[in-house]
Write a protein that binds this ligand. Structure first.
Ligand code: CUA
Length: 334
């Protein structure tokens, strides 16, 4: 019995250790989550080995001989055994519960001086805003400093997750949810939406970069200077159109050669002039209508109700004008 149990323990331990179940940790929170996983896994391996040892041994040793139709011997309860198999699992489950509660509470603690980042999620794009109003499509974080995210959704439920950083939290319309991540190594990662939020859900990703604290400070300063600079010029419409195309997530669903996107969830924006002609609407008006009220005219071969109808509210009038101009001048020439 002991040999069988030891074999079961060996095989399950090898499966646990040799397969890369989780990505290499890149945050303090992920380290704690991994600890919890290992804590529960080791307990599970112990129990599985015990049960497998007893069952396999019993099946082999006490199996019925051919033609033996007699009843087995009557067995009465064994108080000591019953107390043991009630108390031991209770202690183990409580231990896992306590470890999980401690980890959850520590992972939610941003400390006294977190970097605050506002997160705006919408079908199908992420936007991050730092102190001083610096906005970015890329999530940039400093090394070894807790980052506290305050998250809002413009439409449906999304969920923020960077696999190497473990933490995951829903972004719910009408509610501000929070999550804390403390990066522990520099590098590039990918933020993934993990809540099925529509047809473009699988494209709803954002690049993540972790920088040394000094490098992060200069990145933030540079972003701030660039934004101030673009404001002084009175806003380059072409530039704003291009930025808006990116920040609104248009490329997640549409092919648009000038922007280098090739998604096929919605109609290609390279054919806008032809589509406007088919619809019998002037180009600019057609583009504006298609952004604000996407179901008014649906290109043949595509479904209505797929594109979010919230862009009229989420885009500023300047952004909308710039986007219409950008799409009209680049995609309408054919
Ligand atoms: Cu947003 Cu899935």
């Amino acid at each position: 019995m002991v040999v069988i149990a030891a074999l079961a323990a060996l095989v399950t331990s090898l499966v646990a250790v040799l397969i890369d179940w989780l990505p290499e940790s890149a945050s303090k929170e992920m380290d704690r989550i991994e600890f919890t996983y290992w804590f529960a896994t080791i307990i599970c391996i112990g129990i599985f080995s015990l049960v497998a040892g007893v069952i396999v041994y019993a099946v082999w040793t006490f199996r019925v001989q051919p033609d033996d139709d007699t009843d087995g011997p009557p067995i009465h309860g064994h108080t000591g055994l019953e107390i043991a198999w009630t108390v031991v699992p209770a202690i183990l489950v409580i231990a896992i519960g306590i470890v999980s509660a401690v980890v959850l509470s520590k992972n939610a603690d941003a400390g006294s001086d977190p970097l605050k980042v506002q997160v705006f999620a919408q079908q199908f794009a992420w936007k991050f805003e730092y102190a001083g109003g610096v906005q970015s499509k890329e999530l940039v974080m400093p090394l070894d400093r807790p980052v506290e995210f305050e998250m809002e959704s413009a439409d449906v439920i999304h969920s923020l997750w960077v696999p190497e950083m473990g933490q995951k939290q829903d972004v719910v319309p009408g509610v501000t949810t929070k999550i804390v991540i403390t990066p522990t190594r520099t590098g590039r990662f990918t933020l993934i939406c993990t809540e099925l939020c529509g047809l473009g859900h699988s494209t709803m990703r954002a690049p993540v970069r972790v920088l040394e604290q000094a490098a992060f400070a200069s990145w933030l300063e540079q972003q701030g200077a660039e934004e101030a600079g673009s404001g002084e010029e009175g806003g380059d419409v072409e530039q704003l159109g291009r930025t808006t195309f990116g920040s609104a997530g248009c490329g997640g669903c549409h092919t648009f050669t000038p922007a280098g996107t090739d998604a096929e969830i919605g109609p290609s924006l390279d054919n806008l002039a032809a589509d406007a002609e088919t619809a019998g609407v002037p180009l600019e008006e057609y583009i504006r209508q298609s952004i604000v009220d996407p179901d008014a005219v649906v290109v043949e071969g595509y479904q209505s109700g797929v594109m979010p109808t919230t862009f009229g509210e989420t885009l500023s009038p300047e952004e909308l004008d710039a986007l219409v101009a950008y799409l009209g001048s680049n995609g309408g020439s054919k």
